[in-house]
Design a protein around this ligand. Structure first.
Ligand code: UDP
Ligand code: MG
Length: 144
């Protein structure tokens, strides 16, 4: 997901492009501003953290762009494309390492486990679902 700062800073195309160019297939995409309750549900694992109120305020400060990417090891490799949670510790070449400085303005979100990805896809794309399609480059990106 591109967070509100990423949207405001014009990074939507850049972030989508990095996943596309790596070889991942886009199967879900939407801009929305789902509101506080939805965002609290999205981050419910963090509700006891001291930064939680600030995080929800930040996430609720503008529209976000949610996406679902499909491909080999998408969750783990997706997280490495994003970089470390704290951008100061993110390697150059990662999204956060190239475009962010502060942990509370780190421009993007990525699911951390396959199980959480499933939950988040359901929360954000449950109604419309994702779109299955055959990419013409599939055989050039994957061995099978
Ligand atoms: N966050 C924060 N302060 C912290 C840790 C996290 O503001 O000390 C924010 C930050 O925007 C982060 C989000 O809370 O992306 C969710 O935290 P998590 O530990 O799940 O990091 P992520 O999975 O996004 O790397
Ligand atoms: Mg997380």
């Amino acid at each position: 997901m591109v967070k509100p700062d990423g949207v405001q800073r014009g990074l939507v195309g850049e972030i989508i492009g990095r996943f596309e160019k790596r070889g991942y297939k886009l199967v879900g995409l939407k801009m929305c501003a789902p509101g506080q309750q939805h965002l609290e549900q999205h981050y419910e694992d963090l509700k006891e953290k001291s930064f939680f109120p600030g995080l929800i305020k930040y996430m609720n400060s503008g529209p976000v762009v949610g996406m679902v990417w499909e491909g080999l090891d998408a969750v783990k490799t997706g997280r490495s494309i994003l970089g470390a949670t704290n951008p100061l510790q993110s390697a150059p070449g990662t999204i956060r390492g190239d475009f962010a400085l502060a942990v509370g303005r780190n421009v993007c979100h990525g699911s951390d486990t396959v199980e959480n990805a499933q939950k988040e896809i359901n929360l954000w794309f449950g109604k419309e679902g994702v779109t299955k399609w055959a990419h013409h480059s599939d055989a050039w990106v994957h061995e099978k």
